[in-house]
Design a protein around this ligand. Structure first.
Ligand SMILES: *Cc1c(COP(=O)(O)O)cnc(C)c1O
Length: 438
């Protein structure tokens, strides 16, 4: 056997392969050289022969210049934070393609002069929330809240109920964010109970506003009381409502989830929300409400640091004006239809893998409708398929384990992805053996 290290080709020689030259143009030289380097390492280790190096590099190249993978969300969690929250609608994806190049995001093509940045997205948002006198878009829900606190409450007090001092996830705590903007919190009530009088007693000349935070990821039950927006609006101070999930109007399946329209109608002066939760759009934060207040936020120097890019504006506009985004379609899907799809999938795979179609329970997740169970349907497969499905080279699929089986819930799977799901399960079953079956 010749020494594999001696026979290993030079990088330049491998890169001369026409397929790799084309890949350099498509993916950039760095990524291609790195992939070729890894293939050469395997040649040096004697794992592949010199004439297999180029083939291996070509096969290992990603399709696009990102290590991010498209994942089928079969978790049954409609807004899954670790999977990037809301998947965009095809209309939003198409809008991204248009906005990616030079675009009139801040130019009025009729006059040739500077125009209001993102005016069509802002107009779409204003049209979607007619109760809001003013609207503004920032980078995310936290930014909407931070801007509000920075402009209205620096060096002053925000009155907030103790039971609404929420931690959202990954260590992000609403009270800490507000304090980091130089506001002081005036906590009222106890963990489980607060009354209108508690708020009223806390009002002083230091008060900037009363904040109502939607407890978006937990429920307190038992001996509880809280004060609704309608009652808080009777207080003689500004009222800000952080509704979190970004529902613009009430949703029949989520009766307890606050919406921007209902919060404004009940008397909130400002509403803040996320764009990539139940609204189903790109990551962004919405500030809606009293025109003068929204303008003072928009014109503040800090607003520039929270400004959204043209891609976000384009995707938001398409989400608002285009067909229902996936989050909205998921929530509208009928359990019977989902069970029928599960039956078809199970039927296709039943001779290859232990599989069962069954009714399941999905959740909104990602800071919305806590405790709400949504009727759905899934296929159950052996638990040991979880890892090969996640690691599938063609189409990673993420499900969730329940009572010793892997459930692939269909509420979050677009019907056009059923075929890819079937293929992925088939590959996973072929490539893996149940534990202890050798
Ligand atoms: C999600 C959420 C936020 C934070 O929004 P991001 O878009 O994640 O920054 C703030 N408040 C509430 C009530 C939320 O649910």
């Amino acid at each position: 056997m010749p020494d594999p290290r001696r026979a290993t080709p030079r990088t330049d020689a491998v890169l001369a392969d026409p397929r790799l030259r084309e890949a350099v143009a498509r993916l950039g030289p760095g990524l291609v050289k790195q992939t070729v380097g890894l293939a050469l390492d395997r040649c040096r280790a004697g794992e592949v022969t010199p004439d297999q190096v180029a083939d291996l590099a070509v096969d290992s190249l990603p399709a696009v210049a990102t290590a991010l993978r498209r994942v089928v969300n079969a978790t049954g969690v409609v807004v899954h934070t670790n999977l990037g929250r809301a998947p965009l609608s095809s209309a939003a994806v198409a809008a991204l393609g248009v906005a990616a190049g030079a675009t009139d995001v801040e130019l009025d093509l009729t006059t040739g002069h500077r125009g209001r940045r993102g005016r069509s997205a802002v107009a779409a948002l204003a049209a979607a929330v007619p109760d809001a006198g003013g609207v503004h878009v920032v980078n995310n829900g936290a930014a909407a809240l931070a801007l509000t606190a920075c402009v209205l409450a620096q060096g002053r007090e925000i009155i907030v109920a103790r039971g609404e001092l929420v931690e959202i996830g990954d260590g992000f705590r609403v009270p800490e964010l507000l304090e980091s903007m130089g506001a002081r919190l005036r906590e009222v009530g106890t963990t489980n109970r607060v009354r209108l009088a508690d708020y009223a007693d806390a009002i002083s000349e230091r008060t900037a506003f009363v904040l109502k935070v939607h407890p978006s990821n937990f429920v307190i039950s038992g001996f509880t009381s809280s004060v609704g927006i309608g009652e808080l609006a009777s207080l003689p101070v500004t009222l800000v409502a952080d509704i979190g999930s970004g529902l613009l109007s009430p949703h029949p399946r989520l009766p307890d989830e606050p919406s921007a329209a209902s919060a404004l109608r009940a008397g909130a002066d400002l509403v803040t929300a996320s764009g990539d939760k139940l609204l189903g759009g790109p990551q962004c934060g919405l500030v809606l409400g009293h025109r003068g207040l929204v303008e003072s936020l928009r014109r503040h120097p800090f607003a520039r640091a929270l400004r959204v890019d043209k891609l976000t504006l384009a995707a938001l506009e398409a989400t608002l004006t285009g067909p229902a985004p996936p989050v909205v379609s998921s929530l509208a899907s009928s359990p019977a239809d989902l069970l029928e799809r599960a039956g078809v999938i199970a039927g296709e795979l039943s001779s290859e893998v232990e599989i069962e179609a069954l009714a399941s329970t999905a959740a909104v997740g990602g800071g919305g409708a806590p405790g709400v169970l949504i009727d759905s349907a899934a296929v159950a497969v052996p638990a040991h398929l979880a890892e090969p499905l996640r690691l599938d080279a063609v189409q990673p699929v993420v499900g969730h384990l329940e009572r010793g089986r892997l459930l692939l819930d269909l509420i979050t799977v677009a019907p056009e992805d059923d075929v890819a799901l079937v293929e992925a399960v088939r590959r996973a079953a072929l490539s893996s053996h149940p534990p202890g079956a050798d």
